[in-house]
Write a protein of this length. Structure first.
Length: 463
């Protein structure tokens, strides 16, 4: 069984390596033809996207089982179609969250591509614009290729979620449903197709969750390093993601994978303290890089001001005013609930809000509810993993909920946590304790039958 899981994990890793290896080859090719000028770059960019999409579809079809391949392929096609829609048909219908912020990120990416000196400057586009600015420096400002790259971040997240699913005792149909959720959530599709940073952050958080699940099963310290390292990398793009790491560190300290129970595991504490010290020193040495979002917080009054800020047309809880830290704690659960579920029915402004609630809010809120309802029927290992994921979600949602006050921003931020909620939803679909017990008994019975059938008949030999 373990060999089979490792083989499937290697398949996903091979697919990711081939997808991004071919992407890098195209980047080098686009760099070579950059001198041809901007007039032809747009056409060449579109051709490059079509070529790479064809290569990726071929890789998927060859490496994955038929139904999994179909889900992944359709997800890529939809994301790519949304990229072309956003760039060519926004006058017909503007995709959600495409607009002022996407143009700001793109503007600064182009600026960085033209002047690499901005890499060391404090620019509004932050690390995301600097990352794509480096790409534009090599290839020229080919926006269609940049947004397609964002779509590849989204597809890679889905492939990594597949790695999580194969670690869980799921029926094939349940695993396919869980993967389809990750592949086709409308908000996830859109956010990975437009020029926003959410897709790369969600990818890094997904890498962290993969390592978190593997640590639960193996207890290997290297998975802790990868999990926290990935969160730190994500915090370069948005400091709020640090909350995911804080939740994970709490679980790392509280759970003992070797014994399968919660309680202080003294063997890992020294390593975690050393690792936490290194992370602290790095973060404090480079605060602008990892904690830039918190620079505006200079005092306790700033925290209160942020909690009371209401911006955008989709703002909520306008009647709730925070005047003290006590109010922040008192209203914390309510703000967290709104962060998960907004826009709620009583705040609907039109069909867009109704669609967002039905196809996004219901998933995030429903994942938590489904796990809690199924908790008693789950096997001990799935219960323990679910509690750990729930702790990370609770810490993350509390931090994000305290600073978010409108449903549009909530939609973007909770997408960053998609892998956590998807894992929780998948755990609710896993086989029950009784089903697993029947499987184990059947396996042991078959093994005894095989041993009996294969045992030599010594009495006959003696005769």
């Amino acid at each position: 069984m373990r060999e089979s899981l490792n083989a499937m994990g290697r398949t996903s890793s091979t697919a990711i390596a081939m997808i991004w290896g071919s992407w890098l080859a195209l980047v080098l090719l686009l760099a070579l033809i950059k001198p041809l000028g901007p007039e032809i770059q747009g056409v060449i960019g579109e051709v490059a996207v079509v070529i790479h999409m064809a290569v990726t579809l071929l890789v998927i079809s060859q490496l994955f089982a038929k139904r999994i391949a179909l889900i992944l392929a359709l997800s890529l096609v939809l994301r790519t179609a949304l990229v072309f829609w956003d760039l060519n048909f926004r006058d017909v219908f503007l995709l959600t969250n495409s607009g002022a912020d996407t143009e700001m990120f793109y503007y600064w990416a182009v600026e960085v591509g033209e002047d690499l000196g901005l890499l060391s400057a404090d620019i509004r586009g932050g690390a995301f614009s600097k990352m794509f600015g480096l790409l534009f420096y090599l290839t020229g400002p080919i926006r269609v290729f940049a947004q397609y790259t964002n779509a590849l971040f989204g597809l890679t997240s889905v492939i990594l979620i597949h790695q999580i699913l194969i670690q869980l005792p799921l029926r094939d149909r349940s695993a396919q449903r869980a993967l389809a959720l990750a592949a086709f959530l409308p908000n996830a599709l859109v956010l990975s197709a437009i020029f926003l940073r959410e897709s790369v952050i969600a990818l890094l958080v997904t890498i962290s969750v993969v390592s978190f699940v593997r640590w639960y099963q193996s207890g290997s310290f290297r998975h802790i390093v990868v999990a926290i390292g990935s969160v730190l990398s994500a915090s370069i793009f948005h400091a709020g993601v640090i909350a995911v790491g804080l939740g994970m560190i709490f679980v790392f300290l509280a759970y003992q994978p070797g014994k399968g129970r919660f309680g202080p595991g003294w063997k890992t504490v020294p390593y975690l303290i050393l690792f936490a010290a290194i992370v602290f020193l790095v973060a404090t040495r480079y605060p602008d890089l990892f904690l830039g979002k918190f620079e505006q917080v200079k005092s306790g009054e700033d925290v209160i001001d942020i909690a009371n800020f209401r911006g955008g047309g989709s703002k909520y809880l306008t009647d709730v005013e925070v005047q003290s830290y006590g109010d922040l704690v008192r209203y914390g659960p309510l703000r967290s609930l709104y962060f998960l579920a907004a826009p709620l029915p009583w705040d609907f402004r039109g069909l867009t809000d109704v669609f967002a609630f039905l196809f996004d809010s219901v998933f995030y809120l429903g994942s938590v509810i489904a796990f809690l309802l199924q908790y008693r029927r789950l096997a001990a290992s799935e219960r323990a993993l679910g509690i750990g994921v729930l702790v990370v979600i609770l810490v993350s949602v509390t931090v994000f909920g305290a600073g978010v006050s409108n449903s549009g921003t909530a939609l973007r931020h909770r997408f960053k946590l998609l892998a956590l909620f998807l894992t929780l939803a998948a755990l609710a679909m896993t086989k029950s304790r009784s089903e697993l017990s029947m499987v184990h008994r059947s396996t042991r019975s078959n093994q005894r039958l095989l041993e009996t059938a294969g045992a030599p008949n010594h009495e006959a030999d003696n005769e």
